[in-house]
Design a protein around this ligand. Structure first.
Ligand code: CTP
Length: 402
């Protein structure tokens, strides 16, 4: 996708990651965007305004009272011109100012002024990021619709290791493209996605698990976010890379998933259950490692777990859309249709996990979308594309599709 003609205001605050924003500014310009850089005074200590001016071919603004380069009040002009407002790096300080509505320099004033979507790429020391004050500010900003990308974990310039590193320019660029997509049909909707497999403990070192990688759930969460939704993930065990910028609640056993879902699902507009919860758990969970009984067989009893999707189905809210998955190895359509009814779902995504290119661990999937009135068989597609098709069908069911 080209960003031709899009006006992006790039706010740069005072952190060492400011050098990465030069790469971002250049990437945005190459994609056709008009990039307006606003720097805080501290940012100008890390990177010279001239660097950004050269990369963007636009004047860099930093001083609120400097003689404006246009006759309009500059911060208002930029706030209005913006299709998107990006703050990268976003220090703890700018996040705190934004959360409180403080407008005491060019950047904080313009961001308070703008009605454009705002994307922040935090960068700071781990302790500053995990500090309760920062986390609360982030929560406040998220609740107001500010988008976040990162921070990532890793080695920080201060020598610490942990979350706080600004996302790479390419990751921020991808988040920008998401936000500028034309198809923002999920804006304002709360989407809850489950992903991964649950883990049923036998003893402190052993468990019963499954092959779910989390890829399909993550693809759904990313697609929903790209289309404007406010997304929450609940994940069991996953091996796929976590999507950046989506809040994740981790759960272990099916019963934990059950608790999290019965608490969170009623508040969501769309619930998509791509997780693979274990249907059974061990009757006894041993507090100590189970010892081998030489020569004697070991018999373990499994007891049934709650069916999470069925419980969410019983709690179904008016106007809510419930989507489930059905992993089948035989009689796909028939078994999936039964699950649709049993779990009070609106849509079931059925996949025959015996087919090459479908199911666990791979990047592709072959699915049939089954609703009460019809069944659409999709070809082999990437999980990202399958996610888009599922959301298209969901929006159609909600009466908002094309
Ligand atoms: N599911 C659930 N709780 C369970 C088992 C499954 O919420 N204890 C959900 C899955 O997240 C999925 C759907 O139900 O969205 C179907 O999962 P699947 O394993 O295919 O179906 P089961 O109901 O477990 O039926 P069976 O094992 O007999 O195929």
């Amino acid at each position: 996708m080209s960003l031709q003609g899009k006006h992006i205001v790039l706010g740069v605050t005072g952190g060492i990651a400011a050098y990465k924003s030069c790469v971002l500014a250049s990437r945005l310009r190459k994609a056709g965007a008009v990039v307006h850089v606003i720097m805080t005074e501290h940012a100008t200590r890390f990177v010279a305004p001239l660097t950004f001016e050269t990369l963007t071919n636009q004047p860099v603004v930093s001083d609120l009272f400097a003689r404006p380069s246009t006759w309009e009040v500059e911060h208002i002009a930029l706030a209005k011109a913006a299709d998107l407002f990006v703050i990268a790096p976003a220090t703890a300080n700018i996040l705190a100012k934004m959360a409180c509505g403080i407008a005491d320099d060019m950047l904080s004033t313009t961001v308070l002024d703008t009605r454009a979507p705002v994307l922040a790429a935090p960068a700071m020391n781990t302790n500053m990021w995990t500090a309760e004050a920062t986390q609360r500010n982030v929560e406040t900003l998220r609740a107001r619709g500010v988008h976040f990308v990162g921070p990532e974990g890793g080695f920080l310039a201060c020598g610490d290791e942990g979350p706080g590193r600004m996302s790479e320019p390419e990751t921020i660029f991808a988040a920008i493209k998401d936000l500028l997509r034309e198809k923002r049909d999920l804006t304002g909707l709360r989407v809850l996605v489950t992903a991964g497999g649950t883990r049923e403990r036998l003893d402190p070192v052993r468990y019963l698990g499954n092959e779910s990688s989390g890829k399909m759930g993550f693809a759904l969460a990313e697609a929903a976010r790209a289309r404007g939704a406010q997304v929450q993930l609940i994940c069991g065990m996953t091996t796929a890379a976590e999507p950046a910028g989506i809040p994740i609640r981790r759960v272990d056993a099916t019963r934990d998933l059950y608790e999290a879902m019965t608490e969170l699902a009623p508040q969501a507009d769309i619930v998509i259950q791509a997780a693979a919860p274990a249907d059974y758990r061990f009757e006894t969970e041993y507090p100590q490692k189970l010892k081998k009984q030489e020569g004697a067989p070991l018999t373990l009893t499994l007891v049934e777990n709650p069916d999470v999707a069925a419980a969410v189905g019983r709690l179904k809210q008016p106007g809510q859309t419930l989507v489930g998955f059905a992993a089948e190895t035989q009689a796909l359509a028939e078994n999936a249709a039964k699950k649709l009814d049993r779990k009070n779902l609106d849509l079931i995504v059925a996949n025959d996990v015996t087919q090459p290119g479908a199911g666990f661990g791979v990047d592709t999937n072959i699915v049939t979308l089954i609703t009460r009135d019809r069944s659409d068989q999709l070809p082999l597609l990437s999980k990202a594309e399958v996610a888009e098709r599922i959301l298209d069908r969901v929006m159609e069911l909600r009466g908002q599709g094309e």
